[in-house]
Design a binder for this molecule. Sequence first.
Ligand code: NAD
Length: 468
Amino acid sequence: MSDYQSLLTAIAPSVGGREITDPATGAVIGRAPEHTAADLDAAVDRAAAAQPGWAALGHAERTRLLLEAADRVDANAEALAQLLTREQGKPLNGPNARFEVGGVTAWLRTAATTELTPETVIDDGQTRATLTYRPIGVVGAIGPWNWPMMISIWQIGPALRMGNTVVAKPSEYTPLSVLALAHVLNEVLPADVLQIVSGGRDVGERLSEHPDVGKLMFTGSTATGKAIIRSSSDSVKRLTLELGGNDAGIVLDDADPRALAEDLFWGAFINTGQTCAALKRLYVPEALYDDVVDALAAVAEKMPMGVGTDEQNVLGPLQNRAQYDIVAGLVEEARASGARIVVGGNPNPDAPGNFYPTTLVADIDNANPLVQEEQFGPALPIVKYRDLDEAIAWANGVDVGLGGSVWSSDLDRAREVAALIQSGTVWINAHGTIHPAVPFGGVKQSGYGLEFGVEGLKALGVPQVING
Ligand code: NAD
């Protein structure tokens, strides 16, 4: 029995459960438990009972345990990556499954060791006020299917570090990855400090309305984020919402297309485009347009896509058929409007799995749905602009604002343009390169609240001012 199969056996339900299939082949890879809203209630009760003891351990002991848990992830890294590839579809190699498991330990270790010290706000002889952060209690975590292990640890790591206990509900598309990760973490953590409830939307809804859950960390679509705001309102729950994006990249007229092409490519196509803060529409000045399109096409054509367990592949299938249909529909609409398909665009309908080829779409109007909507897949529209103000207005002309990027040989000029982009992060000559100590979050309908670093720890605590 290979290692990932041992993990699958350890997390398999004793009876029943739901079949999970490999998006690259359609083969059944395992069975996930199907928990109910009643199971969720029981998990929250256990989490509430475990929380005072976990908080009482103190920061130093929690840090020690979380670092030990990160060591366990390292020890199981290959088995976790093998399972992630089979459930999510992303290849083992490239910035994919092994990279994601590496990200889990990097983020967990940073959450475990980042200091959040009490702040003396004022101490002038008359007034003395300090600001501290206490544990919230039980934290709920709801995640998506694109980076299931990494995003879970973004939610779980700082929550545990701050003395909360966690009940997490993974996406119904990728529950095994999160159950397996939690199984490994729980080799070290005390009982009931971290629990996974594997169910559908009803379980997520119950978690977001549950009166004994003090905070919800949510990563997923903007539509679900809005539903969660509504269902959490009766309990006035704290929320961190990392929602959808439609990140723009703007190439300035002094950029060197060939030098930037590979970074532009991965900015858009990391995880086969199924990434919240991926480059989803690219604006290029007329003078550089053909050069940028050609340089990107040359990179796109050499990147192998296929079954993720094949070591040579760096791009994989769409995780589910619904997402495949969204991508295929948007590309067909663009084609019908007269846009030019430079690379890709012709999936093989008889091939197994949800493979949609790497696709570049040029000569496309800014108003086209492939530009205006989040494709969340391997199809990048490249829009020509005539003056920079127009490109900035187009970049800002959507109701989401997660990330953005500016590509230029002149750093000062790029920073000036970056300051005009309405998004939570703007990268220069890169896109989507996140770091565990650098705050990350969206503006507009991409959500609110920051993750990572010190700001991320603050978001998992209740601020308390001691005045006197
Ligand atoms: P989704 O909103 O469909 O599902 C996310 C999770 O919410 C799932 O676990 C689902 O079961 C649960 N859910 C669904 N309805 C619910 C409800 N009414 N109440 C509570 N929970 C409910 O999102 P998805 O399709 O899994 O993920 C793709 C989306 O996530 C994209 O829009 C992407 O941009 C976004 N995303 C954002 C970030 C970020 O950091 N901002 C990161 C990754 C993905």
